[in-house]
Design a protein around this ligand. Structure first.
Ligand code: F6R
Length: 369
């Protein structure tokens, strides 16, 4: 049932190209419009939106963080992302022109469900991104976009995360199109770029031996730090979360620019720091900023594990270990850069002798607040 893999998690990581392709399937109409699943919202409702909240927990929250960058960039609507467990208790400002996007793999996460109910009480429109047909969260929402990732058995979320990213991109593009901020051909260009990511990901997955070897070297590290900027920041948080939950190791993710405001003190001789480097194309400034952050941590003794795009020829000089990923537009890059971090966490956990699919103290579906 594990299809020849040692763990469900490895099987599900390997299924990611297909999961992305399935989530994209049939989403673009002949008129170049994006098709959602169950939409009990009119285009006019979507045009009336003046603010977006994205609400989720854990890994799904990290997908929401990426969504914020995409939605604001494409729609020019203000977008806030918040942990479901915090959202409801701080009296957020919501009304009928607020769109609340809730993201949940299981569709049963109690914190997310309670946030959804709170949003509905305030008359906000709720759109769910969910992997489980007919679960409570999509049932209670005004609209749903299902991620067609298939069942996820391993407790740690992998393919669900990548398909949530795809769903967030689709919703951002749909909103931009309905609101007249992007033309159909612009939307179609991004969708066709998304359609190439499964092949890119297959290429990436075929070449993970170095990451496995690195995992064996890092298995006894007292801590591993992760840094990134822009959409690389949620990727850093996701890499750290995976390592905590699976390997029971101390790990932390930081916005790279925050290092000098405190966390850089953590860096000691040999401290592994995983650095997610943005594409040099498009936003070269971002890439250069991360490279200077890498130099800063290296100067303090860090062992740098650098995730960078193929063709970024100069970044290797700052890397103790260089992991390259296929070239991808900045906003879509998490579909690539997350994957080596999933494998790293999985392999470190396995090397430490842990049950990768069933980490201690965790449940797949968190149905208590
Ligand atoms: C981490 C993980 C959890 C879930 C979180 C939300 O690998 O799986 O952090 O992402 O419990 O779950 P859903 O998406 O089902 O609401």
């Amino acid at each position: 049932e594990k299809g020849g893999y040692d763990y469900f998690m490895l099987k599900e990581i390997a299924e990611q190209p297909q999961a992305i392709a399935d989530t994209l399937l049939g989403r673009l109409s002949e008129r170049g419009e994006i098709v959602l699943d169950e939409v009990r919202l009119t285009d006019q409702d979507l045009r009336d939106v003046d603010k977006v909240f994205v609400i989720a927990c854990g890994t799904s929250y990290h997908a929401g963080m990426v969504a914020k960058y995409a939605i604001e960039h494409w729609t020019r609507l203000p977008c806030e992302v918040e942990l479901a467990s915090e959202f409801r208790y701080r009296d957020p400002i919501l009304d009928r022109s607020t769109l609340v996007i809730v993201i949940s793999q299981s569709g049963e996460t109690m914190d997310t469900l309670m946030a959804l109910r709170h949003a509905k009480e305030q008359k906000a429109r709720v759109l769910a991104i969910c992997n489980t047909n007919g679960s409570t969260i999509p049932r209670e929402s005004d609209a749903v976009l299902y991620t067609h990732g298939g069942p996820e058995i391993a407790v740690a979320s992998t393919k669900a995360f990548l398909t949530q990213l795809v769903a967030c991109y689709l919703i951002g593009l749909h909103l931009a199109q309905v609101r007249g901020v992007m033309y159909a051909d612009e939307v179609a260009a991004v969708v066709s770029r998304l359609q190439r990511t499964p092949d890119d990901l297959r290429e990436l997955l075929a070449d993970m031996e170095d990451v496995r070897a690195l995992a064996r070297e890092l298995k006894a590290a007292p801590t591993i730090l992760f840094i990134g900027r822009h959409v690389g920041f949620p990727v850093a948080l996701e890499g750290a979360l995976k390592l905590k939950e699976l390997a029971y190791m101390h790990a932390e993710g930081f916005a790279a620019g925050e290092l000098k405001h405190g966390p850089i003190s953590l860096i000691d001789d040999g401290t592994p720091v995983v650095c997610v480097v943005p594409s040099p194309a498009g936003r070269g400034v971002l890439r250069d900023k991360v490279v200077s952050n890498i130099q800063e941590v290296r100067a303090r003794g860090a062992r740098t594990i650098v995730i960078a795009e193929e063709g970024d020829d100069t970044v290797g000089a700052y890397a103790d270990h260089l992991i390259t990923v296929p070239r991808t537009p900045t906003l879509l890059a998490p579909l690539m850069t997350t994957v080596p971090l999933q494998i790293l966490a999985c392999e470190i956990a396995a090397a430490r002798g842990h049950d990768v699919d069933q980490p201690r103290n965790l449940a797949k579906s968190v149905t208590v607040e």
